[in-house]
Every structure is written in C-alpha cells, then in structure tokens.
Design a protein around this ligand. Structure first.
Ligand SMILES: NC(=O)c1ccc[n+]([C@@H]2O[C@H](COP(=O)([O-])OP(=O)(O)OC[C@H]3O[C@@H](n4cnc5c(N)ncnc54)[C@H](O)[C@@H]3O)[C@@H](O)[C@H]2O)c1
Length: 348
C-alpha cells in the first residue's frame, strides 16, 4: 500500500464513461474521487444509487471552488472536449481525455497543444491498448520476431446498430463519425502503435442503418512500407463484446492477435520462441491487475490505464497513450473519412 497522498481526481461528464472512471477512481488505492461535473445535475441521485459517493457540481468553476482536483477525466460528448479541456486547464491539472480526442484533427491537436503548454501530464482513453495480450504482441513485433514487417489484416466488429439511432453519439458533428471514429479507433490506435505513421489511405464507408458510418473497409500504407487492410462494422449480429483481431506477416513469420491469445508461427527461432507454431495465452501473461470494475468492456485494461496515468502524475514522465499518440489516431480517422468522401486514396 502506498504512503503517498492520493491523486485527487474529478470526472467531467457523469454519463456512461464518466461512471466507469468514477468507479475506478473511487476504488484505486492511490486516487481519491473528489467530484463529478455535469450540466445535468439531476444525475446526482443516479450516481449515488450506483455507489458513487462524490458530490456532483454543475460546472468546472464550482468544482474548483469547492474541491480543487490534481487531475480531471474528461468524459463529455466528443465535440465538447476541446472547450472542456480549455476550461479545465485554466488551472494546472493533469488531464485524461476519453477517446476519440475530438471531432477533427485540428481540435485534437489543439487539445494536445493546450496540455503541452500547461506542462501537465496527459493521456487518452484508448483502453484496449493496455491489455497485456496487446502489449505482448506489440513487444514481439518490436523485438523483430517477425523479421522485416510486410503486411497485416485487422478487424473490429460489434453488434450495436441495427436500426435508426438517436442521441449525440450518432451525429457526425458531435461524435466525429460512426464506427470508424468510435469503435474501430481502438484498433487504429493499436495499428499506429505497432506500425507508426500512415502515408496513404484508401477507404470506403457505408451507412446501413444509422446516418453515420456503420461499416468501413480501409487499405493502409504506412510510412515504414507496411501495407494492410482493416474491416470494421458495428452492425454484425452475434458479437456482443468487441471482437477485434490483427494478423501480421513478416519475412520470418506470422503473428495472430486475438482477444484471448497470440498465435505466432516462426520460420526461424526468434525472441525466445521456437520455429513453428507458438501459442501465448492471455492467462500466461503476468497478472498485475488489482481489480476489474468493467469486465464486459476493456476489463483489466481500465485498471492498467489508470495506473499508468497515476504513475505519470507522480513521476512527471508522460504515460503510454499520451495525447500525442492519440493525435496520430485522429490523423488516421480524418484520412479515412477524407478518402471515403473523395472516393479516392488520400495522402496523410
Ligand atoms: N473508451 C471507450 O471505450 C469509450 C466508450 C464509450 C464512449 N467513449 C467516449 O467517452 C466520452 C463520453 O461518452 P459517454 O458515452 O460516456 O457519453 P454520455 O452521453 O453517456 O455522457 C456524457 C455526459 O456529459 C454531460 N455533458 C455534456 N456536455 C457537458 C459539458 N459541457 N460539461 C459537463 N457535462 C457535460 C452530459 O449531461 C452527460 O451526462 C465520449 O468522448 C465518447 O466517445 C469512450
């Protein structure tokens, strides 16, 4: 148990993700949840009924007057992030922003600039990248187990949209897009982490049920020469939990990343693994997770995400999945929509 005083954190936006972060901050031994901010003050009763004990304030100013935090978690609708961040950073607080960062690359970069100029620690909510199995696959690729990287295929599917949808999440100008910006972006973050910056994108998107993109197919060329395909849809029946996967081919082998395991086929031994098929199951990886408040989405990754943010605030060293890395994802999202709108490849 740490003897350091807890990181005092507040959550702005007490909806779906705000409650997930509130629960995490309430139970993590190194954090103290000092308050929520939401325009909708009628949510106070609901928060209490969910076991969330911190007070709800109607504005950031009211929170700062009553219970100044060390860090804020921005969990408001995506189009409001830049304004909320600007308001929060009027006082020096560390900053966690839910993904996607913004509805445009320009706003995402503005958020990064605000945080950099304020000299605070910052992170974004691409939570799946914190899964140990995703980290282990990254480390194998980065260690050169596959030799020179050549190509990949990736997918992200979920059963969510099968008819017209209401609310901000299904308005492009408020959510930044549909399945690409809001679900596949988790996989885009991982692709950017594994392969770096993109050079060229050819994409098509389709709206099957809602007015935003419900599915997309994307062909990428990365600056390092790797090419690959992403297929995504949130209108796939039978997939209640996010089904994501990635298969990477290199000159020395193939790596297949799935939710529960990595399959690695090597032509020559590498990175401590034999030639032929190797299987690394998620349960074989070190378990350093103290609790899991959200087993159905992200699971233990939420704990790891928070721990890395807390460590950054303590040490002054930017965490993994900082706003700079999230800006790379925003660049990919914007290039995909630009290519789909143009009906032609675009250079990023
Ligand atoms: N990491 C993930 O997997 C994941 C999953 C879902 C949503 N998200 C992201 O989390 C963010 C929030 O999404 P959600 O589904 O929780 O939204 P939500 O609609 O459930 O909640 C948003 C809350 O913010 C409040 N709000 C709106 N504008 C405000 C403002 N200016 N100041 C204070 N409060 C305000 C609303 O009253 C509402 O209670 C979005 O950026 C979304 O894309 C991330």
């Amino acid at each position: 148990m740490s003897t350091r005083p807890p990181l005092r954190a507040a959550v702005v936006g007490a909806g779906r993700m705000g409650m997930v972060h509130g629960h995490l901050l309430q139970v993590h031994p190194e954090t103290e949840l000092v308050g929520f901010v939401d325009r909708d003050t009628s949510l106070a009763e609901h928060l209490a009924s969910q076991g969330l004990r911190a007070p709800l304030y109607p504005s950031v100013a009211a929170l700062y007057a009553a219970a100044p935090p060390d860090a804020v978690f921005v969990c408001t609708p995506t189009h409001t992030h830049v304004a909320v961040v600007r308001e929060c950073l009027a006082r020096r607080v560390h900053l966690f922003v839910e993904k996607p960062l913004a509805t445009s690359r320009a706003d995402a970069e503005a958020i990064l600039r605000l945080a950099t100029d304020a000299g605070v620690m910052h992170a974004a909510g691409y939570v799946y990248a914190h899964l140990p199995v995703v980290q282990a696959a990254h480390d194998l690729v980065a260690a050169g187990a596959l030799g020179e990287l050549l190509r990949f295929t990736a997918h992200a599917y979920v059963s969510e949209v099968f008819g017209p949808k209401k609310g901000w999440f299904f308005q492009k100008e408020q959510a930044g897009g549909g399945v690409v910006a809001n679900m596949a972006s988790h996989v885009l973050f991982i692709l950017g982490w594994y392969f770096g910056a993109i050079r060229r994108v050819a994409a098509s998107t389709r709206s099957h049920f809602s007015t935003v993109d419900d599915s997309a197919q994307v062909l990428f060329t990365f600056a390092n020469g790797v090419t690959g395909l992403l297929d995504t849809s949130w209108s796939v029946p039978g997939t209640q939990m996010l089904d994501y996967g990635l298969a990477v081919d290199g000159r020395n082998g193939t790596l297949v990343l799935r939710r529960e395991r990595i399959l690695l086929h090597l032509l020559a031994p590498a990175a401590g693994h034999d030639a032929g098929w190797n299987e690394i199951h998620a349960s074989d990886l070190p378990a350093d997770t103290a609790f899991d408040v959200s087993p159905h989405i992200g699971g233990e990754a939420f704990y790891r995400q928070l721990q890395s943010f807390v460590d950054a605030c303590r040490t002054g060293v930017l965490p993994f999945c900082s706003l700079a890395e999230a800006c790379n994802t925003q660049r990919m999202i914007e290039a995909i929509y630009a290519s789909a709108a143009a009906g032609a490849p675009v250079d990023a």
